[in-house]
Design a protein. Structure first.
Length: 229
């Protein structure tokens, strides 16, 4: 099991930020602003929107918003702080892009004010579990990929990655050579990755997300990360 505070320096920095230490807050912004901007823009965010999301992040990190605690209070050191911040900002990006699309659809339909007359129905409630689009998108993409996966491939991947069986053991179980089972494991994993990313692209065509980024985000994108119990 991974140490709950394997990223000790990151964890200590976060604690100092939550305590209001000015130098820690300054270091947080200096160290992570440019990488976050680059990550968001690389994920499909227009530069002005990326800048707006990152600018709002700093206050959300250390102050309660809409009845939820500071975002940094959810960081426990189990992943790199950069990955944690990427997850938060990418979730904000997906939320805004989808909200903008819904607004566009309402305008096209001829009702720019919304049913309440002020567009209030388009304002997301950040404490609503339905408004954690990144978490939902990743879960749905993985589920869709495995549902489309042949049963034998699913078992093979389960035995390899969950049960930790080696290729020698798998080759005996599946009645084939080691080279064959190695190729099958590699192919099955590649097809799962492709199916997962195809689902993501079909859901949000504007989103540019690499498989490596997806895997990293899965390591930290728990409901608690978004303030959902």
């Amino acid at each position: 099991m991974q140490d709950a505070q394997s990223h000790t320096d990151d964890f200590h920095l976060v604690q100092e930020c939550l305590e209001g230490k000015t130098s820690a807050l300054a270091h947080l912004q200096k160290a992570y602003r440019e990488p976050l901007l680059a990550f968001l823009q690389g994920s499909g965010a227009p530069p002005p929107l990326a800048g707006e999301i990152v600018a709002e992040l700093w206050s959300d990190c250390v102050a309660s918003q809409n009845g939820t605690g500071p975002k940094l209070a959810r960081y426990n050191g189990m992943c790199a702080l950069s990955t944690f911040l990427n997850t938060i900002t990418l979730n904000a990006l997906v939320s805004r892009q989808r909200r903008g699309q819904r607004w566009s659809n309402v305008v096209i339909a001829g009702d720019p004010a919304g049913p309440d007359g002020d567009g209030a129905d388009l304002v997301a409630n950040p404490t609503d579990p339905a408004e954690v689009p990144l978490l939902q998108l990743m879960r749905e993409a993985i589920e869709a990929a495995f549902l489309a996966c042949p049963a034998e491939d699913f078992v093979l991947l389960q035995l390899t990655h969950t049960d930790g069986l080696h290729v020698v053991e798998l080759a005996k179980m599946f009645g084939c050579g080691i080279a064959t089972i190695s190729r099958n494991v590699e192919r099955a994993g590649r097809e799962i990755a492709e199916a997962t990313m195809q689902y993501v692209k079909a859901s949000d065509p504007w989103l540019e997300l690499k498989w490596e980024d997806f895997i990293a985000l899965c390591g930290t994108a728990s409901p608690a990360c978004f303030g959902v119990e």
